[in-house]
Ligand binder design. Structure first.
Ligand SMILES: *Cc1c(COP(=O)(O)O)cnc(C)c1O
Length: 356
């Protein structure tokens, strides 16, 4: 029996996708070989590769102003590639809203770019999205749209005049995005859109130009990957194959409006369960900044681990909070259904009845 898996990443996939992949794992569409066993330069793989790129853009409604890149190295490599490729010797501005932005800031500093942290909620354990004052003339302005560990999320992105960079690793394909000021948008896709090994990057044309001007080794240069349509070297072919299935799945659900509707309903249900517990469960994030993807909460030091243990016995896994924050975290990405959130809520009510 499959468990209900609230893991933050890698995380649960739609069963349909797993079954589809299983059914053609050894024999891809009757061809007599696995998709894992063929050249990334073959027609058969190219169809998947370019199909996934096309659909990824279609899902976000993007036109030719943007290129899609499939890169290795996880989201974390982007922390370095962004300053390497896009800094122009001016100031690079960052909003520090959690561990992942702290790491991005650190990488930029190592590279010696002029980093300015324009806002931070670190002193409050990153429990909210701070007011952010980006200037109008930075090389770029950097945010993380959803803070996976602390469970905060930008409802709207800052309307910056500087090119906006967004790390959307944990809310990729979860809602519509206004790209009007976005210069680069990326995510490691193992949280909400596939499996590990692949990062999907949308890069605007003027940023490719910046990259082209830079003296960088090939694998670290966006322009090289653009010129080679993300086939400069062997890409993570199986991860791209799964991502392709994800893009088809999203479109089949009716696109991001439908996906968002469902995500909203799930989150409302779970936060209601927390808020109606008379203080037994406490949410970590300010209400206004609550994430629809990662719900971080706690009871107390003694009961948190018991909660996680007992949940596991009921087939609810992946609920242990991140080691940095502790407590409990339920990640309710696209592949988690409303019914599964309902089962979690019922467990929470029962647990409270037993221990309060
Ligand atoms: C998980 C995560 C990362 C790091 O992803 P890797 O692919 O492991 O490098 C970066 N940013 C955010 C927002 C994340 O949730």
């Amino acid at each position: 029996m499959r468990k209900i898996n609230f893991s933050a990443g890698p995380s649960t996939l739609p069963l349909e996708i797993l079954e589809h992949a299983r059914n053609e794992l050894c024999d891809y569409q009757g061809k007599g070989y696995s998709i894992m066993e063929i050249s990334h330069r073959s027609k058969v793989f190219e169809e998947i590769h370019f199909g996934a790129m096309k659909r990824a853009k279609e899902i976000y409604g993007l036109d030719d102003d943007y290129e899609v890149l499939f890169l290795h190295g996880g989201a974390s490599l982007q922390f370095a590639m962004i300053p390497m490729n896009l800094s122009l010797g001016g100031i690079c501005e960052y909003a520090n809203t959690g561990v992942w932005t702290s790491k991005a800031i650190k990488e930029a500093q190592i590279l010696g770019v002029d980093v300015k942290v324009v806002a931070s909620s670190e002193d409050d354990k990153f429990n909210h999205i701070p007011n952010i004052d980006f200037s109008d003339h930075a090389d770029y302005a950097y945010i993380c749209s959803n803070n996976t560990i602390y469970g905060t999320q930008f409802k709207d992105y800052p309307k910056t005049k500087s090119p906006l960079i967004v790390d959307a690793s944990s809310d990729f394909f979860s809602k519509k995005v206004d790209f009007s000021n976005i210069a680069l948008f990326y995510g490691g896709i193992q949280k909400n859109a596939g499996i590990s090994g692949l990062s999907c990057v949308f890069i605007r044309k003027d940023m490719i130009e910046r990259s082209r001007q830079k003296k960088l080794t090939s694998m670290l240069k966006y322009a090289i990957h653009v010129e080679n349509q993300s086939l400069y070297n062997t890409p993570p072919t199986f991860a791209i194959y799964i991502f392709d299935l994800e893009t088809k799945w999203i479109l089949k659900q009716g696109g991001l409006d439908q996906i968002y509707d469902r995500n909203l309903k799930k989150a409302i249900m779970l936060y209601d369960c927390i808020d109606s517990s008379e203080g037994f469960y406490q949410g970590h994030a300010y209400k206004k900044d609550r994430s629809l993807m990662n719900v971080s909460f706690s009871i107390n030091k003694d009961l948190d681990p018991i909660f996680v243990q007992e949940a596991e016995k009921e087939g609810l896994i992946g609920l242990k909070g991140h080691r940095i924050l502790g407590g409990i975290r339920a990640s309710i990405y696209n592949a988690i259904t409303l019914e599964q959130v309902q089962i979690l809520c019922e467990f929470m009510k029962e647990f409270r009845r037993k221990y309060q």
